[in-house]
Write a protein that binds this ligand. Structure first.
Ligand SMILES: Cc1cc2nc3c(=O)[nH]c(=O)nc-3n(C[C@H](O)[C@H](O)[C@H](O)COP(=O)(O)OP(=O)(O)OC[C@H]3O[C@@H](n4cnc5c(N)ncnc54)[C@H](O)[C@@H]3O)c2cc1C
Length: 377
């Protein structure tokens, strides 16, 4: 049986980021991936590095996550396609302008740069938007990356510091520090970190639901779009915990392509695209950018976000969800796992190495879920 200090199950961007941190710290790290690395939600995501303010805990984590990506920027290879495009939150009317002002206040208090634009300024920034929008909020330091390349970079860094990747062989059980793989291989780790995205098979008590999303990528149209644009209604869409929803969200890729989102659906675990929700999503996008109707779409795909009941990830010991003290979690990142991967990995390694973290890790500890359940019982 091979022995490791830490075994990480799942080589998505979160598992790869955790492996990099722990291998850099000198631990013996094994990464077990049932498929191929970076092929889960990481390959399906949009790659928007975005500060979000749904809750103080989300704001703290996304701000930290974005800052860690900024710090890593000098080391990132060109394939990661990091571009500081900024996010332009679009306000369609005066009611949404009130949200712009509230968001600006929240961001400023957290030290996040943000500028209020009026309708004329928004039109000047993005001439392909429809006329008559009320204004927006520009968050200039938000960025865009290509997630699979970023994840592979983190994995290569982990491996260059001694981490071992076992690929194409799923873990079928994890208990007492022992990990059994589908082909019968047995591994031991003092800690086992489940970074399995939306897959709960190893710990069915995980409070994670799959939330399906669609994306469409167009042909190349350099100069058509300059920022990542998100309608303020996106926040309402992302917050709905049950109903299907769509919202206008479009990203300029370094290739000149446009990546158009986004949809959110519960209860549909079929990875095939759903023409009904795709049509709604594209109609929504065209209502904000009528000229999109003239462009060619190349490919549509879907992916599954790993949604938790309180929209925060699970980072830390699995206590409360399992009696097994060897089991740790780095899962449940919903639509922010690319943004938060480095932050989660840093918090994880701080916990394992008993270091003081730069931010308060308590809001993301899995044990909160059982505490919340007890409060509501
Ligand atoms: C449509 C869409 C758009 C998104 N846009 C953004 C965005 O713009 N910005 C952002 O920050 N986030 C975004 N996200 C979210 C982001 O993509 C995810 O949060 C992130 O990729 C999660 O990474 P992960 O490593 O936790 O999971 P995954 O990438 O899913 O990796 C989990 C891995 O675990 C493996 N695995 C599972 N079970 C086992 C097992 N038993 N044994 C071995 N291996 C196993 C899987 O094969 C997989 O490779 C988006 C997601 C979607 C779906």
């Amino acid at each position: 049986m091979r022995n490791y200090d830490v075994l990480i199950v799942g080589a998505g961007i979160v598992g790869c980021a955790c492996a990099r941190e722990l291998a850099h710290a000198g631990l013996r790290v094994g990464i077990v991936e049932g498929n191929i690395s970076s092929a889960g939600a990481t390959a399906a995501g949009m790659g928007h590095l975005v500060v979000m303010d749904d809750s103080p805990a989300q704001l703290q984590l996304t701000r930290y996550g974005r800052a860690l990506w900024q710090q890593l920027l000098p080391e990132l290879p060109g394939a990661v396609e990091y571009e500081t495009r900024g996010t332009l939150w679009i306000a369609a009317d005066e009611q949404e302008m009130a949200e712009v002002h509230a968001k600006k206040t929240t961001y400023s208090a957290a030290g996040v740069r943000a500028d209020i634009l009026d309708g004329v300024q928004v039109a000047a920034e993005e001439p392909n938007l429809r006329q008559g929008l009320a204004g927006g909020l520009l968050v200039p330091d938000d960025a865009v990356i290509y997630p699979p390349a970023a994840s592979e970079f983190l994995l290569q860094q982990a491996m260059s510091h001694g981490a071992t990747l076992l690929q194409g062989n799923a873990a079928v059980s994890a208990a007492g520090g022992n990990l059994h793989l589908a082909d019968g291989t047995a591994l031991h780790g003092d800690r086992i970190v489940l970074a399995t995205g939306a897959d709960c098979a190893l710990l069915p008590a995980l409070p994670i639901k799959k939330r399906k999303g669609h994306l469409l990528i167009t042909d190349r149209y350099p100069g058509f779009l300059h920022h990542q644009l998100v309608e303020l209604g996106y926040l309402k869409s992302a917050h709905k915990l049950e109903a299907d929803s769509v919202a206008f969200n479009i990203q300029p890729r370094k290739t000149g392509q446009l990546l158009i989102g986004s949809s959110r659906q519960y209860g549909d675990e079929n990875p095939q695209s759903d023409s009904r929700i795709l049509t709604q999503m594209l109609e929504r996008a065209q209502s904000y950018m009528p000229a999109l109707a003239q462009l060619s779409g190349l490919r549509v795909w879907t992916g599954f976000r790993a949604a938790t009941p309180d929209k925060l990830p699970l980072i830390g010991p699995a206590s409360g969800l399992s009696d097994d003290s060897s089991l740790w979690l780095a899962a449940g990142f919903e639509g922010l796992g690319i943004t938060n991967a480095l932050a989660a990995a840093r918090l994880r390694s701080d916990q394992l190495l008993a270091r003081t973290s730069e931010i308060d890790a308590a809001p993301y500890l899995p044990q909160r879920i059982t505490k919340q359940a007890a409060l509501h019982a």
